[in-house]
Unconditional design. Structure first.
Length: 290
């Protein structure tokens, strides 16, 4: 396999994906907007994007660029478009006009689902501008041979000043802070460790299509937080609340993002883990730093 390009490589996922692919023997180049990457510029700039891609001639592009701050996306539609849609348009358009033999892997989101889950891939419900801009990115990606992965991930962050959900729970409980956790919001996340392994499998098999990629069963974010804290024998200074009572939420979030990932399992020949197994795996990673 030739050059692999990871865009948005210095974020929560990229900071784990890059070393994993290196360890697996892939030749990887990285892009970031500002720091610590082989190429550094705003990927929404089409001219600079084409210059980089023409120079590199990647055989695979893994696009991790995303603006995931839901409130910011809601209040600044232009920023959401540039980060979550325009970047994908530029990457896919270069593949088309260059006639490149390049497989495109687009990391999308479970926020495109709402209502009672688990959801299959065609059950789209758009409830905020973050979800809309990510779905628009998917529509741009499908114009070329691509794998679109709708996912949600948790686990230890390797990026300074960027907390994951489990970082937030861990740091809050270790610091003796009392926090509120959402009792009526459901999801089916994977650990970052499992997710990077699944992305590497995608690189080998290159399935074409849109796939849910999450843990089996799923649970509420409150149940997840309590199970994670208890697995680490941390104090559970948490109060369960309903999302309608959460004053820290300014923009509507989907209440049930649980995904049915059978399509991915069947296509890739893999069995995805139960969410309880993922909690134990992540807890072990935190135990290693205590």
């Amino acid at each position: 396999m030739g050059n692999i390009l990871i865009t948005g490589a210095t974020g929560l996922l990229g900071s784990s994906l890059y070393p994993h692919l290196n360890k697996c023997g892939y030749e990887v180049k990285t892009h970031a907007r500002a720091n610590h990457a082989d190429f550094m510029f705003d990927l929404s700039n089409r001219v600079e994007s084409y210059e980089m891609l023409t120079q590199l001639q990647p055989s695979v592009i893994i696009n991790l660029c995303s603006l995931s701050n839901v409130d910011l996306c809601e209040n600044h539609v232009d920023l959401a478009y540039l980060a979550n849609t325009r970047t994908v348009e530029n990457l896919a358009h270069w593949i088309r006009i260059a006639g490149a033999e390049c497989h495109f892997v687009q990391i999308s989101t479970d926020h495109v689902y709402d209502g009672v889950g688990p959801h299959v891939e065609d059950e789209i419900t758009i409830t905020n501008n973050y979800a809309f801009s990510k779905y628009a990115g998917e529509l741009a990606a499908v114009r070329v041979p691509c794998t679109i992965l709708r996912t949600n991930f948790v686990g230890r962050s390797k990026v300074a000043h960027r907390e994951s959900l489990t970082d937030w729970v861990y740091n809050s409980m270790k610091g003796g802070r009392y926090v509120q956790v959402l009792n009526d919001v459901f999801f089916s996340p994977l650990s970052i460790t499992t997710l990077v392994e699944m992305i590497e499998l995608v690189l080998r098999k290159k399935p074409v299509g849109i796939f849910n990629l999450g843990s089996n069963i799923g649970m509420s974010k409150a149940d997840f937080a309590f199970a994670f804290a208890e697995c680490l024998n941390l104090p559970t200074n948490m109060t369960r609340i309903e999302s309608n009572d959460a004053t820290f939420l300014k923009t509507y979030r989907p209440k049930d993002m649980r995904m049915d990932s059978l399509k991915f399992e069947h296509m890739l020949g893999v069995k995805l883990p139960h969410i309880s197994e993922q909690i134990k795996q992540i807890a072990q990673e935190y135990n290693e730093i205590t």
